[in-house]
Design a protein around this ligand. Structure first.
Ligand code: NAD
Ligand code: UDP
Length: 314
């Protein structure tokens, strides 16, 4: 049994990770400031004696004895990370400093939830880990993109300078149950709009692409990465190579739900990347991992979650 700290554990991905780690027989400490996370995401774990919750902000130092740290604390949806961009940078950068300092002190393994956003609006396609990216350092997305890039820099330097056992994964767009219904991300927006019979808001012409990964696949990749030997630090892409235009996604959601919603076109936000698709050759060879859940199947499971949630709220 390992004792494991999960920062951002009450969020969408974090809550699935806490659940998995507990199911595998570990002791889990979930740290969160509830900026975008919710207690209801982890409510079902609260009776477990091996689960502990701590309200804390990662921009402040934190001391605990654990074997492993998963550093997920950071808002991930553009509307949330742009709400207070300075705080977003602080969360990524000071959060990384504080968690790496802790890992160094207690000799814990630490995994960083980095992002495909480090590639920005990519000029190579699909994206491989050796691509340095194309990021606007002063754009509206930079608080997130550059914050995550500096976090990667901190991770590799704590490793080089202090031998901290680091793991970096670059997560591509992930969806599934427990996404916040109002967090503005495309999958949750489209599903909620289609279930409520409202217009489906496609930004731009909808020909930008994303590759959507079901959350269970991500958790498999994340835990496999943590289990690799200390010599493999990453970064490694963890995503589903299935690439879809946003318009295709809108149509799929409408078809699966059988919704009467109409597609409407709205302004494309600034610096919105045109394409995104992971090359997962490295993950296949180093982690023995590849995603299993196809978009249609993952959407069905996610739609069921939102359908129940909306019924509860009515
Ligand atoms: P989320 O917003 O649901 O979860 C983030 C969690 O971090 C929330 O519970 C939030 O309250 C917490 N948090 C935010 N700031 C904090 C702070 N200063 N101190 C303590 N807790 C704080 O987002 P998610 O989709 O679950 O993303 C989890 C992680 O994975 C993030 O680091 C994100 O950047 C990364 N990621 C996610 C995706 C995706 O598609 N979901 C893609 C790439 C990377
Ligand atoms: N998007 C959209 N309609 C929405 C929400 C998002 O067309 O209601 C688009 C958005 O412009 C982007 C893509 O969907 O091109 C993915 O957006 P999301 O915020 O989910 O993730 P990210 O841009 O960070 O990949």
């Amino acid at each position: 049994m390992n004792r494991i700290l999960v920062t951002g554990g009450a969020g969408f991905v974090g809550s699935h990770l806490c659940e998995r780690l507990l199911n595998e027989g570990n002791e889990v400490i979930c740290l969160d400031n509830y900026f975008t996370g919710q207690k209801r995401n982890i409510e079902h774990l609260m009776g477990n004696h091996y689960f502990e919750i701590i309200r804390h902000d990662v921009t402040m130092p934190f001391f605990i004895e654990v074997d492993q740290i998963y550093n997920l604390a950071c808002p991930a949806s553009p509307i949330h990370y742009q709400h207070n961009p300075i705080k977003t940078v602080k969360t990524s950068v000071m959060g990384a400093v504080n968690m790496l300092g802790l890992a160094k002190r207690i000799n814990a393994k630490i995994l960083q939830a980095s992002t495909s956003e480090v590639y920005g609006d990519p000029k190579i396609h699909p994206q491989t880990e050796d691509y340095w990216g194309h990021v606007n350092p002063i754009g509206t997305r930079s608080c997130y993109d550059e914050g995550k890039r500096v976090a990667e820099t901190l991770f590799v330097n704590y490793h080089r300078q202090n031998n901290v056992k680091i793991k970096i994964i670059r997560i591509f767009n992930t969806y599934g149950p427990r996404m916040h219904p109002n967090d503005g991300r495309v999958v949750s927006n489209f599903i909620v709009q289609a279930l409520e019979g409202k217009n489906i808001t496609v930004y731009g012409e909808g020909n930008q692409t994303r590759s959507f990964q079901y959350v269970e696949d991500l958790i498999n990749g994340m835990t496999k990465m943590m289990a690799t030997g200390d010599d493999f630090t990453g970064p490694v892409n963890v995503g589903n190579p299935g690439e879809f235009t946003i318009l295709e996604l809108a149509q799929k959601v409408i078809d699966i739900i059988g919704s009467k919603s109409k597609i409407v076109f709205e302004d494309l936000p600034s610096d919105d990347p045109m394409q995104r698709q992971p090359d997962i050759t490295l993950a296949k060879s180093k982690l023995g991992w590849e995603p299993k859940i196809k978009l249609d199947e993952g959407l069905k499971r996610t739609i069921e979650f939102f359908d129940n949630l909306l019924k509860e709220e009515r």
